[in-house]
Design a binder for this molecule. Structure first.
Ligand SMILES: Nc1ncnc2c1ncn2[C@@H]1O[C@H](COP(=O)(O)OP(=O)(O)OP(=O)(O)O)[C@@H](O)[C@H]1O
Length: 366
């Protein structure tokens, strides 16, 4: 049974006509080449354009691809407003990435990584000024995803289906080729390259593939269009070591050759030291570290895992201390716990539901 996919606009329909993705092939770029040749200047130069690699003007390389300014976000409660007493999931986050930069997004479970990526991918509405992708608001300016300039790959290819169950994986007796070839206006060389990089057998039947094989097809579909900004939410978790290494090499090349910008959230760090140009560490919904990789000694020394281990242990200790403080605050004067925690509301089709602590429908047990 086919189900929708977690790839933004896989068919590239919609505002496809508004192809803002065609970048200048002369003018500023040509002037920069002449200027650099004259001054003998070293440093970042726009790559010469080829059929697969559109030229990027020097001015475009200086403009931020992703800009987040004092971003705050709370998931709404049942009345559509932030739940009173709950801290925002993301608070005061600011960072900026230029074309060509690759950012590793790190943080403990529940830190807000997926939420940030979804906001950047236009899946949650936030004030226009707080998030700009390619100079536009990803939620409001839908041509960003419609054109394929902004691509988000995350989650599993599954959804809840009535009478079939929860988290039903995408399956159906159709081939991987029929999915991949079903996307219009794709450069055939790029498609073939991705099939090779991801080691996809076009004859795979989607109802008999393994999780990792299904993931490869999902990733392929998300990468078919030559994106300018790519958001990856732990998509390598099912891939074997070789598949992951080949994919990371491909993504790196996309940034170096086409000046694409990538944010990659992951919990798997082996072999990643030389991949990012930037590292963003998120904890408690706040940006704790945002630094160029060149300024992080542990990355130069191949000790990314040790660094993350230290960060996470520190975060855990802070979290435990905060919880202990909260517990103490919840005690009555005679030392009894005031139970304001979640309260079972019974079953709604197949699922337990509950009221949240301090939410508007909190049930207080006395
Ligand atoms: N739809 C939602 N409604 C309410 N709260 C949510 C929702 N989705 C996530 N949250 C909460 O927001 C917080 C951040 O979740 P998020 O999924 O962004 O974290 P994460 O850093 O991606 O975690 P992980 O590493 O486990 O994937 C968590 O406390 C989570 O419970």
């Amino acid at each position: 049974m086919p189900v929708p996919v977690s790839v933004t606009n896989p068919k590239g329909v919609g505002l496809q006509g508004a192809k803002a993705s065609v970048l200048a092939t002369e003018g500023p770029f040509a002037r920069l080449v002449v200027k650099n040749a004259e001054s003998g200047q070293q440093g970042m130069q726009a790559a010469a354009p080829t059929q697969d690699q559109p030229a990027t003007s020097a001015a475009a390389l200086d403009q931020s691809a992703v800009e987040v300014s004092n971003l705050g976000f709370s998931y709404p409660g049942i009345d559509g407003r932030p739940i009173p007493g709950f801290p925002p999931v993301v608070e005061g986050a600011s960072f900026k990435l230029l074309p060509g930069q690759r950012c590793l997004l790190i943080g403990p479970n529940g830190a807000g990584k997926t939420t940030v990526l979804k906001i950047l991918g236009g899946k949650h509405m936030v004030p226009k000024g707080s998030v700009r992708v390619l100079g536009q608001s990803p939620f409001h300016d839908t041509q960003l995803t419609g054109s394929g300039d902004l691509s988000y790959i995350g989650g599993n290819w599954e959804r809840d289906i009535a009478f079939a169950g929860y988290s039903v994986p995408l399956q159906g007796d159709f081939s991987a080729a029929s999915m991949i070839n079903g996307i219009p206006d794709i450069d055939s060389k790029r498609r073939q390259r991705l099939i090779e990089v991801l080691d996809i057998d076009p004859d795979w039947r989607m109802h008999t593939v393994s999780d990792g094989q299904r993931r490869r097809v999902q990733i392929c579909m998300g990468l078919l269009k030559p994106f300018k900004v790519l958001l990856l939410d732990e998509i390598t978790v099912d891939l074997d070591v070789l598949g992951r290494a080949d994919l990371m090499a491909f993504l790196r090349q996309e940034c170096e050759d086409r000046h694409a910008t990538i944010i990659y959230a992951t919990h798997i760090f082996d072999g990643l030291e030389s991949w990012p140009t930037h590292v963003l560490y998120l904890a408690h919904g706040k940006v704790q570290v945002f630094q160029p990789a060149s300024e992080i000694p542990e990355l130069q020394e191949g000790k990314l895992l040790e660094l993350v281990d230290r960060w996470l242990r520190q975060e855990k200790a802070e979290r435990k201390a905060k919880q202990a403080q909260q517990k103490a605050a919840d005690m009555t004067d005679d030392g009894e716990a005031l139970d304001m925690a979640s309260w079972s509301n019974g079953w709604a089709p197949g699922r337990m539901t509950s009221s949240l602590r301090d939410s508007s429908n909190t049930v207080m047990r006395m």
